[in-house]
Design a protein around this ligand. Sequence first.
Ligand SMILES: *Cc1c(COP(=O)(O)O)cnc(C)c1O
Length: 402
Amino acid sequence: MRGSSPVPASTPTPASPVRDVRHSSRIELSESALRKNLAFLRSRVGAKPIISSVVKANAYGHGIVPFVAMAQRLGIRHFSVASSYEASCVLEEVESGTTILIMGILYSADLPWVIEHGIEFFVFDRSRLEEAARVAEEVGRPARIHLEVETGGNRLGLPEADLGAAVRILKDKRAHLQFVGLCTHFAGMESLANQFRIRRQLARFQEITKRLGAARCVPELRHTACSAAALAFPETVMDLVRIGTAQYGMWPSPDIEALVRAEVGERASLHRVLSWKTDIMHIKDVREDDFVGYGTSFQAPRKMRIGVIPVGYGTGLPRGLSNRGQVLVHGRRAPIVGLVNMNACMIDLTHIPAAEIGDEVVLVGKQKNNVISIRSFSEFTNALNNEFLCRLPNAIPRTVVR
Ligand SMILES: *Cc1c(COP(=O)(O)O)cnc(C)c1O
């Protein structure tokens, strides 16, 4: 804490460390990678649609505050989040004229604040529509709503049976309800195996659009596309696209990557925005047959040189990488040996004799000619990549590199 005044017990813990000391690792965000990703996405969706940068879950672990600042510098003026808490984080960072959209939970208690600040939000039930109109009247500003309709995903979405009632409320209360968007979310666009389901959702969405048009209840914008849809299915790209995964430089799935590459070849390029680094904190030699770390999960098959790094499952490194993961030291791969502990893990440096205490260790990213990709953290499914990223603690400092 700066200065000497005592902090009252009720003061919330700051999200980032107050003291000027080091954390056990650091994250770098590449602004040039984000610029290239946004340019590639723009080339896929065309000049007109609004690109909404999805920054829920602490910007997929990248750090919502530095990421939003960087995206704004690159011209993004629309951000989507999953809660009013996240909306408040974005609001701190953005200039006026930037739109914030809450796609997820919005408690009634926060509704006046949201409407007052012109923050937009998804509505998927009738009672929320009535409530929003009432609160907007009290606040003296219209509620800017996006009607999320059920099309077959069966997650969030206004049931089709309530559509007529919703139209009546939207028309009756038009002084207090601004019908900004009509939208839906696809149930697993990443996987070609889900296509039959996605096609039905898109057809349902088109029918609902027609019904609303016939009732002369027309939204300003229509949107359905997430990263996978925006990259590979132009028929889903309407007035706005909601882009998470791809802006961070990850393909939503191998299916989508193959589809896009088949079409545009080498121009299909997404660049990893995040790198994660730490340093070697200790080195020791162990004899053949010595166990390394807790328990007996790793026994040295020969004389080995073992390094210790100050990162574990408490600081973002999945415990599932025990005896499986790899990091980079001097541009070479060093396997993780033994169990990933809460705040440390061991790496094999036997083949990297020049490695010394204090040398840089790359957990994610590039070093010399070698790369640890986010995909390599979970070779199985893309969902796990996002899970790993989202769990990177907010306390790890993030710096933007140009
Ligand atoms: C998370 C989310 C997105 C972004 O999905 P990506 O696949 O990461 O691009 C879009 N729309 C909704 C409703 C979401 O919840």
